[in-house]
Design a protein around this ligand. Structure first.
Ligand SMILES: [Zn+2]
Length: 484
């Protein structure tokens, strides 16, 4: 019997275990373009979108690639600040091309991604990252509580189940989880964003979104957990006739290159910079479908030039065009996925300017801190960091985001009064007013009695409403400052 009681207590403790802090899940769907919502393939996501707050799209960071954007989401910083300037880049310090790894995400040791910042606040705050790009490494030499390394193809339902188990952990309940899905990007590169393969993946992602909601409901977490769904970038289809061979304009052995279509980074060997630049520049005029930039000429709004990892020369294909890396990769995709490469074979490309509509990611959120049935204007990927800190109620660190861009998403601003607290304050104000009226009445009656003066009911009435009105005015001031 005792064992039964103990087991029941443990079960109750487990069922009710949840962080005492606000809880946030951020879900990223790689290359889920903002207008995939127009495909009618996502009824569950559509319903979710309308139940909370959404924007028509986000404005992401340049280049519109996965690692730069995921790290900008996690830090609120532009690539020239956090140093993740591409999915791969030439590192002038070690003089070689670096791909994903510890170094990529540790340009500045002082930068704290949101999962590190959350745990640093202590007091029972625990973070979890489910395959989030760049989250497998320690920051400031410390690991967070829950980390699942990237494992392509890892069962999506298991990802969700694990996330729920972190949030419900009785000892260390996570109050922040970053959840990542590598689709539709992974297959979109090989088959293009308009393919049946990608359409099928969009349907599956819609179902996994529903599964997450169902699991939250089953665990009675729906009203307690804030969930944000977003992506890093969009994608467009490019066919082989639009592949441009730029290496023909440079001499072998005079440069290094890194990155992938549509933006290839060129690092000329010493003494070859002008020769390579002028050759590519002439070719760009002749060809007419790509542009060449020197580092100093990168548009300021890219926030891309002030970093030693940024390339001395950048070649950017026009929208709908791709470069040498796809000339190399296309036959490999065909072989790997067993299809015949033709001129109409479509391949997925992203990385263009964030102003290109098809590069836009989506955003939607719902939860206790998110306004229901609400739409906000498109905002920046770097603004998300402020949204995270506000929801988690942790101090902001310096970042490139603008708080004003996201404040309309929130039910309340951290530190101000919620609707509930306004009601409590208002009711409290009325109760205090009534007490004051009673005290004032007693004092008045005592004074009247002392003075043994006769008074009229009218005189008392004149005083009572006055006291009451003053308190109403105070309560109204609270309401007005809330709205300001
Ligand atoms: Zn991609």
């Amino acid at each position: 019997m005792y064992l039964n009681i103990i087991l029941q207590c443990l079960l109750i403790a487990y069922v009710h275990s949840l962080s005492a802090h606000p809880v946030l899940i951020v879900v990223s769907y790689d290359a889920f373009r903002y207008n995939f919502f127009d495909t009618k393939l996502v009824p569950n996501m559509e319903r979710l979108k309308k139940s909370g707050t959404y924007a028509d799209h986000l404005l992401n960071v340049f280049p519109t690639k996965t690692f730069p954007n995921h790290h900008s989401i996690a830090t609120g910083l532009y690539p020239e600040v956090h140093g993740v300037v591409g999915n791969s880049y030439y590192d002038p310090d070690v003089k070689k091309v670096l791909k994903i790894g510890y170094e990529m995400f540790h340009y500045d040791e002082n930068i704290k991604p949101i999962w590190r910042l959350n745990e640093d606040q202590g007091n029972g705050r625990y973070s979890g990252t489910m395959m989030w790009p760049g989250a497998s490494y320690p920051y400031q030499s410390q690991n967070i509580t829950y980390v699942k390394d990237f494992e392509p193809g890892y069962d999506w339902h298991k990802r969700v189940d694990t996330v729920i188990s972190w949030i419900k952990n009785p000892d260390k309940p996570a109050n922040l989880v970053m959840l990542y899905f590598e689709e539709p990007d992974a297959h979109g590169h090989a088959f293009g964003p308009n393919s049946e393969v990608v359409k099928d993946l969009i349907r599956k992602l819609d179902n996994i979104t529903l599964y997450l909601e169902q699991q939250l409901k089953q665990h009675e977490l729906t009203d307690k957990v804030n969930v944000m769904h977003l992506s890093d970038h969009g994608m467009i289809g490019v066919t082989p006739p639009n592949f441009i061979n730029i290496t023909q304009y440079m001499t072998n052995g005079t440069y290094e290159w890194a990155g992938a279509s549509p933006c290839i980074q060129i690092v000329p060997h010493e003494g070859y910079e002008e020769q390579i630049y002028s050759s590519l520049k002439t070719a760009s005029v002749t060809n007419g479908h790509f542009k060449v930039y020197k580092k100093q000429d990168f548009p300021k709004r890219w926030y891309y030039k002030k970093n030693p990892r940024s390339p001395p020369i950048l070649v950017m294909a026009d929208v709908g065009y791709a470069l040498d890396d796809l000339i190399i990769a296309a036959p490999k995709y065909a072989e790997h996925f067993n299809f015949t490469l033709t001129n109409s074979s479509e391949f997925g490309v992203h990385g263009y300017d964030y102003n290109v509509t098809d590069m836009h990611p989506f955003f939607m959120a719902r939860g206790p801190k998110i306004k229901p049935r609400h739409k906000v204007a498109p905002f920046n990927t770097v603004d998300l960091f402020n949204l995270f800190t506000e929801i988690l109620e942790i101090p902001q660190t310096p970042n490139n985001g603008t708080f004003g861009n996201i404040v309309d998403i929130l039910v309340e601003k951290h530190g101000q009064y919620s609707v509930g607290s306004i009601l409590i304050i208002s009711v409290g104000g009325v109760v205090i007013a009534l007490v004051l009226i009673t005290v004032a009445a007693i004092i008045t009656l005592v004074m009247i009695k002392r003075r043994q003066n006769m008074t009229t009911v009218a005189a008392l009435n004149k005083r009572f409403p006055q006291t009451f009105q003053n308190n109403v005015i105070e309560a109204q001031h609270l309401l007005e400052s809330e709205e300001a």
